[in-house]
Structure formats: C-alpha cells, structure tokens
Design a protein around this ligand. Structure first.
Ligand SMILES: Nc1ncnc2c1ncn2[C@@H]1O[C@H](COP(=O)(O)OP(=O)(O)OP(=O)(O)O)[C@@H](O)[C@H]1O
Length: 274
C-alpha cells in the first residue's frame, strides 16, 4: 500500500545573494510565500507547518494562487525536498512529472528519449521497449522519431513527453500543471490516456489552475495559501470555497458526459451532480 505522510513540515529557502533591504518591500506583495527579513539572510518560507496524510486511492487536486506553495509541496511529497522542520514519510515509488521536458536529451533520437524518460520515471528498459510502438503511434511523429530531439518544435516535444508520461504505471503520481499548457486538439487526444494513467496509479496529487482537469482527475483537494494548508476536503467543497462559486453548476453537456466516470462522481466527495 502506498502512502504519504507529512508532519508539521516547513520548507525554507534562504536567499544568500539578496539584499534584505530591497526585499523588505516585497513583504507587502500579495503573491508568494512569506519573506522573513529579521535574519541577516532573507528567508522565503515556502511551506509552513504542513500536516497531510494521503493513502492509496487518493486523487488530490492542489489549488492556490501563484506562489502559494503548490510546486514546493509537490517536491516535498516526492522526497525531492526534505522538510526544513518537521518530518515526512513516503511509502511507494514516486513518478514526479513536474516539467515535461526534464530527462530529455536533445542530441539523441525521439525513440531513445522515450526509453530514457521512461527509466527516469521508474520504468524498466524492457517495459519501455514493449511500449515504444504504442507511444510512437500516439505521438504521430512518424519518421521524426528517428531524428535527434533538437530538430523538434516545442509542440512535437510535448507530444513525445506526453506519450511517455501517459504510458507509465506509477505507484505515486505527482503532476504539476505544465500538462495543461498543451495544444488543445492534442490535449483532447491525450485526455483519455491521462484519465487511464490516473486510474492505474496508486495515489495522485495534481497541481492545476484548470477546474476542468481537476474535476476530471481528482476527488479531493488541498487549497494552499501563503505556504499553508487553508482547506483540505472534497474537490467540490474546496473549489467552491476557493473560487467563491460552485464549479459543478452550469457544466456543459459535453463536460457532464466526460465527468460521468470521473473519480469525484464515481465515489466519495464529488457532490450530487452525477
Ligand atoms: N528554489 C526556490 N528558491 C527560492 N524561493 C523559492 C524557490 N522555489 C519556490 N520559492 C518560493 O516559494 C513560494 C512558493 O512557490 P511555489 O513555486 O511552490 O508556488 P506555486 O503555488 O507552485 O505557484 P504557481 O502557481 O505560480 O506555480 C514562492 O514565494 C516562491 O517565490
């Protein structure tokens, strides 16, 4: 059984190169973590006293304004960041998907990158070799897959990366919203694969600014604000509080149909629209 537990965890970033006097002005800013300037070295408190317990089957959306701490929390949950104070325990193999381009080598071919990126996400070479044809077909990149990645356009790289990411079998899947920034037509094609990917994964945490994506993939949510957990509950409750209105009202018929199988509708916490 996979699980993630975090107890009273804080994550600080000391900013060694900054002059505290000019940073003091930033304390008044509305966006981002708190900047403490009493100390000689300014410290950004990106996460403050976080306690979270996640278990197998959880599909958690992370919402909050820019700089609220979502990406930092994902890195804490993945074990990439150690808490500065407090503690954490991660049981299970983590597939961190924060930046679609990470783990890609511009000098090697698309085919080779498929394997390398898969290894980076915790798959074996054999598993990736079995999936290469399926990924190649999904990307529609044809002969380009034999060319070095540096010859690809940005959109072509995203296709390749999405093909690989949606082919893995993650125990713990941690997704940052970058995937929302993909060409709409291709994203529609990737949508079903993403939904299947989430179904296969033991535990999902997904940081996103897109209500639609959150509704499709998650059933509960955490609202981050100034580095703290402001609310942790069902997706509907949290989105309603965060947005100031119920996002499940006035859904288009197409969205309602797509949500028919979504986790929030299939079980706990999704409300009564389904
Ligand atoms: N490596 C770092 N060094 C210094 N400060 C950092 C670092 N990473 C994040 N921060 C700070 O921590 C706070 C939280 O940032 P984080 O990236 O976690 O926010 P976010 O909620 O993911 O924002 P967004 O929605 O804009 O992506 C911000 O104040 C940010 O400036």
């Amino acid at each position: 059984m996979v699980s993630i537990d975090v107890w009273n965890a804080s994550v600080d970033f000391p900013i060694f190169e900054a002059k505290s006097r000019s940073l003091k002005k930033l304390v008044l800013g509305k966006v981002g973590g708190k900047i403490a300037t009493e100390t000689k070295i300014p410290i950004i408190e990106a996460l403050h006293d976080i306690s979270i317990s996640l278990k197998e089957g959880d599909r958690v959306g992370l919402v909050g304004h820019n700089g609220a701490g979502k990406s930092t929390l994902l890195r804490l949950l993945s074990g990439i960041y150690e808490p500065t104070r407090g503690s954490s325990r991660i049981v299970g193999k983590v597939a961190p998907v924060f930046d679609l381009g990470v783990g890609m080598d511009p000098e090697i071919s698309g085919f080779e990158n498929i394997i390398i990126r898969g290894l980076f996400l915790g798959m074996s070479r054999k598993q990736m070799e079995q999936r290469v044809d399926d990924i190649a077909e999904f990307t529609e990149l044809g002969d380009y897959l034999s060319m070095p990645l540096r010859t690809y356009s940005t959109g072509m790289r995203v296709r390749l990366a999405l093909g690989v990411v949606t082919s893995i079998d993650p125990e713990i899947l941690l997704l940052d919203e970058g995937i929302g920034a993909v060409d709409a037509a291709f994203l529609n094609k990737a949508r079903d694969r993403l939904v299947d990917l989430v179904k296969r994964s033991g535990l999902l945490v997904f940081a996103s600014h897109s209500d639609e994506f959150l509704m499709e993939l998650c059933n509960s949510a955490i609202w981050m604000d100034e580095g703290k957990v402001k609310m942790h509950g069902s997706l509907r409750e949290v989105l309603t509080a965060y947005k100031g209105k119920d996002p499940y009202e006035n859904l288009s018929p197409e969205m309602l149909e797509r949500l028919g199988e979504a986790p929030a509708f299939a079980g706990n916490g999704g409300g009564d629209n389904g």
